[in-house]
Ligand binder design. Structure first.
Ligand code: CMP
Length: 501
């Protein structure tokens, strides 16, 4: 009975403080769930405070008074640390975010909080526990020395970390090169900075080491970055042709910036090849491997289309004649396939065997890699293409809008007829949608064909009008009557090729 009485009277004495802490805890828990910026630490500290206070109420009167004092000190320290954390969050962190639109660096925040917590503990120990640690710390030179020596590296790292935070030679998300390690900064801590490499491995560098050594920041002063690629090319090919092919290729690769302009230089006359160096700029160092691979891929196709060889000595010396024979056989096979295919292309099927044979002899065969542009909207063009293998997407851009895909073409579809027949710039961009081979028929070849078989211009004019109507439908342009448009186009084709009606 007595114990119950004591408990209730003690509880009543502490009633207000406990009630206030409990209500505050409930409100804070609710608020921190909604407002993500509020820290969770105060919840734990307030719970600890309540538990210690409850334990103190139940603590028997005559029991060990030292334990009572210790519990009282712990409770008071928990409460004040919780108050300090909440005040820091509301008055310092929120204010800083409001002023600068950025969070306080982790190191600075942790340092301020650690000093505040230490000060609170020292004050509470002195006022409630009667323990004076201030004197101990200030007078104990030996202790200070021991701590100083033991914490030398840690302090060095800490100070270097603070200097990194203040000076900001790099930030989270930027790409650093430290010695042989290249990685993205994912953490700047008290002790160390962490990088995540291209291979998803973490490199941990002590802050002190960073402050003492030279490192490269690939993301500053701008995200723009230069890439150099060396390529060996056959001595037979004129340098200006190689340079043109490589510079044209740079225009096609979306990752390559147009400014500063890409450059191609000869850097060496080697034993069996001339070395060219391409230098261009791209935007994000993190995409280095992808950009490099994409450009290398394009080089293979561009060289193949332009008959530029990348030589290597063994084959060049011993097997070149065998290679030439294989190339001739491959060419003959492609020609036979082309002739067979021409019978299935509607506008070419009326041609005589002789005419088809002549086209297959004069046309060129071009290979394109997935995603490469074959013809570009707005460019001048005087050749028609027949798809031999693969597939192509036709895209039309109208004004500032993103290009819309108007068709996907499969073998034996043809494209490029609009510019060839009317002399106008390319009306669409045609892009290889997979690895693609096309037969390219130039204007000179086509002029002979149309002169000997003028009837095919009717078929072509209708195909052209049909496509123009389809494109108008997809991009939302006004459609013209298809038959009327076909007869207008037929007239233009006749004038362009000088055919009488
Ligand atoms: P040309 O204008 O020379 O170059 C782009 C080519 O895209 C064009 O010729 C046509 O061959 C092709 N093209 C344009 N619109 C369409 C369409 N709607 N369907 C299929 N091919 C098209």
């Amino acid at each position: 009975m007595d114990t119950l009485y004591n408990f209730l009277s003690a509880a009543l004495a502490n009633y207000w403080a406990i009630l206030f802490a409990a209500i505050f805890l409930l409100i804070y828990k609710f608020a921190s769930r909604r407002k993500k910026f509020l820290p969770v630490l105060p919840v734990g500290l307030l719970l600890a405070y309540l538990a210690l206070r409850a334990a103190l109420i139940m603590y028997p009167e005559g029991a060990n008074p030292r334990i009572r004092v210790m519990m009282d000190v712990a409770a008071a320290a928990s409460l004040w640390c919780a108050v300090a954390r909440i005040a820091f969050s509301i008055f310092v962190e929120s204010w800083h975010y409001w002023r600068r639109r950025a969070k306080i660096p982790k190191i600075t925040r942790d340092l301020i909080l650690a000093v505040s917590y230490a000060a609170i503990i020292l004050i509470v120990l002195r006022t409630r526990g009667g323990v004076n640690l201030f004197g101990l710390i200030t007078t104990s030179a030996v202790l200070t020395m021991v701590i100083g020596f033991a914490a030398q590296t840690a302090l060095g790292n800490l100070l270097a970390g603070i200097s990194i935070q203040l000076e900001k030679p790099f930030r989270i998300g930027e790409w650093l090169q430290y010695g042989e390690h290249i990685g993205k900064v994912i953490h700047i801590g008290w002790e160390s900075t962490r990088l995540l490499t291209f291979d998803e491995e973490m490199v941990i560098i002590p802050n002190l080491d960073i402050s003492k050594t030279i490192f490269k920041n690939h993301s500053q002063p701008t995200l723009m970055h230069a890439m150099k690629i060396d390529i060996g090319v056959d001595y037979e090919v004129p340098p200006n042709r190689v340079k043109k092919v490589l510079l044209d290729l740079c225009k096609q690769e979306p990752a390559i910036r147009s400014e500063p302009k890409p450059v191609v230089r000869i850097t060496n006359y080697g034993d069996f090849a001339i070395t060219y160096q391409m230098r261009f700029f791209y935007d994000d160092f993190g995409t280095l491997a992808d950009v490099r691979a994409s450009v290398m891929n394009r080089i293979w196709y561009a060289f193949r289309r332009n008959n530029i060889r990348i030589p290597f000595p063994v084959r060049d010396v011993a097997h070149r004649h065998i290679e030439r024979r294989a190339e001739a056989a491959e060419y003959a096979r492609l020609r036979a396939e082309a002739e067979a295919m021409f019978c299935t292309v509607p506008f070419l099927s009326p041609l005589s065997q002789e005419a088809r044979d002549s086209i297959s002899k004069k046309m060129s065969v071009e290979e394109y890699g997935d995603g490469e542009i074959i013809v570009k909207q707005g460019d001048p063009g005087d050749s028609l293409y027949i798809i031999h293998r693969g597939s192509c997407d036709v895209e039309v851009a109208l004004g500032a809008r993103l290009p819309s895909k108007v068709a996907t073409l499969l073998p034996p579809a043809f494209f490029g007829e609009m510019s060839l027949l009317t002399g106008e710039p390319r009306s669409a961009t045609v892009r290889a949608a997979s690895d693609t081979t096309v037969f390219s028929i130039g204007k000179n070849i086509f002029r002979d064909v149309i002169a000997s078989h003028p009837e095919i211009s009717v078929e072509l004019a209708h195909a052209l009008a049909r496509r123009q109507a389809e494109t108008a439908g997809v991009v939302g342009k006004q459609k013209e009557d298809e038959d009327r448009n076909a007869s207008k186009l037929l007239n233009r084709i006749r004038i362009f090729f000088g055919i009488s009606a």
